[in-house]
Design a binder for this molecule. Sequence first.
Ligand SMILES: C=CC1=C(C)c2cc3[nH]c(cc4nc(cc5[nH]c(cc1n2)c(C)c5CCC(=O)O)C(CCC(=O)O)=C4C)c(C)c3C=C
Ligand SMILES: [Fe+2]
Ligand SMILES: [Fe+2]
Length: 324
Amino acid sequence: MKTGILLTNLGTPDTPTKSALRRYLSEFLSDSRVVDPPNKLIWWLVLNVVILNIRPKKSAKIYAKIWDKIGTGSPLLSITKLQLQGVKKTLLKQHENLVFEIGMRYGNPSISSALDKLRAQGCEKIIVLPLYPQYSNTTTLSTLDTINQTLSSWTQKPKIAFIEYYYDNDGYLQSLANSVLEHQTKHGKPDKLMISFHGIPQRYVDNGDVYYDHCIGTARLLAKKLDLDESDYLFSFQSIFGRELWTKPQTKERLEALASNGVAHIQVICPGFSADCLETLEEIECENRDYFIQAGGRQFSYIPALNDRNDHIKMLIDLISIHL
Ligand SMILES: C=CC1=C(C)c2cc3[nH]c(cc4nc(cc5[nH]c(cc1n2)c(C)c5CCC(=O)O)C(CCC(=O)O)=C4C)c(C)c3C=C
Ligand SMILES: [Fe+2]
Ligand SMILES: [Fe+2]
């Protein structure tokens, strides 16, 4: 019997161009787990008449800045490939009959194409690891939706093991702590460590999305591992989209307030991103650095995502192995 290992992530445009961004954003922003509008018809009009005529050009320019920065093409896809290679190299030494694929929720390679490849290789069981440490309906559940949608047309269903989250996993927290300490041996200790997560609309949290609790859980557990006092670190949300109220506090506002209050040296870590991507390499390393420095801050550095660090690959293997 063959078992498939499927690593999934959010996905990325095929190229940093207006037309590719239009396709990617159209798929992304039509997902009702991501944008759950009070009025679907109005949202369809806003998306198709306004957003998809403005944002693709703007986003393409920002993607172009980070394209080829890590490997070739989109950093998110390049890093996910490295993560798969790392997991595959070790697991193939320990187990026979394993096959491996990557599936992206939006764009390519799609989750359904990855599942089809696993089926073609004769997998009777598939272990799905969405590379989102913190569970959210907008990301994790949306991934599960796509898997169920694909399987609904299959006549023979494989057994599915779906790893929902690992925000409190000790190996994950230890890898984050190791990455902070390694960064600090090179760049020194900051006045404050900022722990920043991608935001979601506050309404989703009010309606029961556990994402906020998972983020604060990771932040507190990481602070504990690093032996930090409450005053040594901050917790915030970045990547706000649209006009609705999103989870607070906002990374940008916190950085500006800190700089105005005389905090000179900041380090930022984004534990919700298992791989560096647009939201870390551009939004944090460029945009938010500028907000901090322009508000009077002196030293700003971004602590890279866990990417294909050995300790990260090992903890991913441990997570998968529970289901083997
Ligand atoms: C519109 C609402 C959005 C929600 C809700 C949302 C949640 C969410 N996203 C991530 C991870 C990533 N998001 C990325 C890019 C990105 N996110 C949104 C919007 C929402 N995200 C947009 C429109 C974009 C595209 C870029 C842009 O035009 O601004 C990425 C980067 C992908 C890449 O190719 O590098 C990641 C990763 C999480 C974890 C999350 C909720 C928990
Ligand atoms: Fe996002
Ligand atoms: Fe962003």
